[in-house]
Design a protein around this ligand. Structure first.
Ligand code: PGA
Ligand code: MG
Length: 227
């Protein structure tokens, strides 16, 4: 009897179409049919990965907001609060800058533990203000995230693993950016897609030849039944 290893999957850059945007529909069936837990670990606001699990048709196991929010399927944990990040972005706005998402800002509307800023906005003043407030800014290649230095995806995964009783050393992860480094450090086998940034590539056990969902689909083929 062979079994599939548990999976930890990033979203942007990892489940996306090779063009870079939008979930690649080819990942839906293999993930729904996977016979082990699938954790979605993302920088996106909490409702996005919950909705993704819902629409794929898999149990909701979610690390959101770069570890600020963790959902074990039973309980939600918050490991940071939004206020500190909010104070940074208010100062950024007062200095004449903008978050870059338009008036209704659905990127941050339901974000509970950090604030994301559009990549087309100036980074240096944001970094400078965040540092004065004791926060950090990480660049995922999809957004700048103003966050507490503490939470990360890896710590969130540990909480989920404890709750659903899986061994992180048996887990296979795929990711593409600096916010996946802690994931790669936490799991047994970490794969960086070919479009990954240098930090993710350095932390991964292996860098794939394929980009985006092509890379993730290649990993699924390789690790299916290898636990
Ligand atoms: O929200 C982002 O900036 C990136 O999201 P990801 O962690 O799913 O790639
Ligand atoms: Mg990503």
């Amino acid at each position: 009897m062979t079994a599939d290893p548990p999976l930890v999957l990033d979203v942007d850059g990892t489940l996306t179409r090779p063009e870079g945007w939008g979930i690649d529909p080819r990942v839906f069936d293999p993930l729904r049919e996977w016979d082990a837990p699938v954790v979605i670990a993302t920088g996106k606001a909490f409702p996005y990965p919950v909705a993704l699990c819902h629409f794929i048709g898999i149990p909701e196991l979610v690390v959101a907001e770069n570890g600020g929010v963790v959902y074990t399927g039973d309980d939600v944990f918050f490991t940071a609060d939004r206020e500190a990040a909010q104070a940074v972005t208010e100062e950024y706005r007062a200095a004449g800058y903008d978050l870059g998402w338009g008036e209704e800002d659905t990127v941050n509307r339901w974000r509970e533990t950090e604030i994301a800023v559009n990549l087309d906005q100036p980074l240096e003043p944001l970094r400078e203000i965040a540092a004065r407030h004791g926060l950090e800014v990480i660049d995922t290649g999809y957004a700048y995230h103003v966050k507490d230095t503490d939470p990360n995806k890896g710590a969130g995964l540990e909480r989920i693993a404890e709750h659903i009783n899986i061994d992180l050393k048996e887990c296979v992860a795929v990711g593409d950016s600096v916010n996946d480094v802690s994931t790669f450090e936490a799991v047994g086998r970490g794969f960086a897609v070919a479009n990954a940034d240098e930090m993710a590539k350095a932390a991964a056990d292996e860098v794939l030849d394929e980009i985006h969902a092509d890379g993730t689909l290649a990993v699924l083929e390789r690790v299916r039944g290898t636990r």
